[in-house]
Design a protein around this ligand. Structure first.
Ligand SMILES: Cc1cc2nc3c(=O)[nH]c(=O)nc-3n(C[C@H](O)[C@H](O)[C@H](O)COP(=O)(O)OP(=O)(O)OC[C@H]3O[C@@H](n4cnc5c(N)ncnc54)[C@H](O)[C@@H]3O)c2cc1C
Length: 391
């Protein structure tokens, strides 16, 4: 019998496994794919703050980011920048593999090609049943950590991690970089309704082109990539589009008797961008503390594990709430409204203000900028206060 079974070998599952193994626990990680980190559906942007806090291995870093150009539906744009790099782009597959290797060398075991299908929570243990390369297996442990990302089949069966809003979808492809000089972020109902699209130049795997939206993402990304290709920014070369659901905010409850839910599975993502690596690691860190306490005390009841949710909500809850408000505002805007915002933003010097916002904790700063600089401008708009080009 293991102390902890972790289902899912993404960054949050591997990190939790590594830390618990370092604390001396017997840990088993189950991963349905036969290769850690594959397939990749993530751009791999991580802030410098996250790199430092989690002492992330720099060998998977492909590029440093210090600027981005924001583009409106009618093609107006402004640039935000900083003197130093604010974030890095990692080779996401290698990133996950490094965390898994660190967990392995810390003593955790991995079973790849193993999909966990069912979980029984018994009085004195957890029983996880699954299929390993076609063979039915079962595993026993004191505690289960669910780190299954967008796949909510286990959490749903256990009545955990309920979605807190309408679904959002993400999609990405790897293209060759053409004349793309810096990160571009495109807004508008045509390009990505309720979300945004991006193109991120990086070494190694070339350029990442992706989007998040409430609408089906595949055709939208195809169209966006074609537009980039037509202006020579990228060369798509038939690259495959990978789509998946992304959480729109916290998914609770994230604990029960002998069970903790971490990462995307618990909705530990930024509500503005859907970026989840850093918040997921913060969630996993909180899960490790709660698990360690409960295993030491020999009390793995839901009430003993409830501190976990309090802990991660205390860390990221306020940012998520403000981010969701911003997202609702953004979702209600027409392309014409967004163009107006761009026009006012440039007039009010907003790009300079945005450049100073913290990469991972930007929602309240963004809301203040919108409220003070832009809504004031919109309500006092004169016939002359119109963007030069509109849809
Ligand atoms: C298009 C796109 C771009 C993104 N870009 C960024 C970005 O630039 N920066 C950022 O911070 N975030 C980004 N994200 C979000 C980021 O990818 C996720 O937040 C992050 O991967 C969450 O990590 P996780 O460990 O919780 O889950 P995942 O990385 O999804 O890992 C879950 C693992 O569990 C496995 N699994 C699932 N079910 C089972 C099962 N029943 N049995 C066994 N194994 C199972 C899966 O195979 C997978 O390996 C992006 C997301 C998308 C869709």
């Amino acid at each position: 019998m293991y102390d902890v079974v972790v289902v899912g070998a993404g960054p949050t599952g591997c990190y939790a496994a590594r830390q618990l193994a370092r604390l001396g626990y017997e840990v088993l990680v189950l991963e349905e794919h036969t290769e850690i980190g594959e397939p990749v559906h993530c751009t791999g942007i991580i802030s410098m703050e996250a790199c430092e806090r989690f002492d992330l291995d720099p060998s998977c870093v492909e590029a440093h980011l210090s600027s981005a150009r924001f583009v409106s539906p009618s093609g107006q744009s402004f640039r935000v920048w900083s003197d130093d790099a604010r974030a890095v782009v990692v080779d996401r597959s290698r990133f996950d593999q490094i965390l898994a290797e660190q967990a392995l060398t810390s003593g955790a075991s991995f079973l790849l090609g193993t999909r966990a299908d069912d979980v029984q929570v018994e009085q004195d243990r957890i029983v996880v049943t699954g299929l390993c390369l076609g063979e039915a297996l079962s595993f026993r442990s004191s505690l289960l950590i669910i780190a299954t990302g967008a796949d909510d089949s286990i959490t749903e069966r256990l009545g955990l991690a309920q979605a807190s809003g309408p679904p959002i979808f993400g999609a990405q492809l790897f293209a060759e970089a053409g004349r793309l000089e810096e990160v571009e972020v495109h807004l508008g109902r045509t390009v990505a309704p309720g979300g945004f699209a991006w193109a991120v130049p990086a070494n190694g795997h070339g350029c990442r082109v992706g989007l998040v939206s409430h609408a089906p993402p595949h055709p939208l990304l195809s169209e966006f990539a074609t537009a980039l290709e037509q202006r020579g920014a990228i060369r798509r070369n038939g690259a495959r589009i990978r789509c998946r659901a992304v959480p729109c905010g916290p998914r609770t409850p994230s604990f029960a008797d002998r069970v903790l839910v971490v990462g995307d599975a618990a909705g530990q993502v930024k509500a503005t961008t859907s970026g989840g690596i850093y918040y997921g690691l913060l969630g996993a860190e909180a899960a490790v503390s709660a698990a360690h306490r409960a295993l030491c005390d020999g009390d793995l009841s839901g009430s003993a594990l409830a501190d976990y949710e309090e802990d991660w909500v205390r860390r990221i809850g306020a940012e998520q709430r403000t981010g969701r408000l911003l997202r609702r505002i953004h979702r209600a805007l027409s392309d014409r409204d967004i163009d107006m915002f761009f026009w006012l933003a440039r007039r009010a010097g907003v790009p300079g203000l945005l450049s100073r916002l913290q990469f991972d904790w930007h929602s309240s700063g963004l809301l203040t900028v919108l409220w003070r600089e832009l809504l004031g401008g919109l309500t006092s708009k004169s016939p002359g206060a119109r963007p030069a080009r509109q849809n």
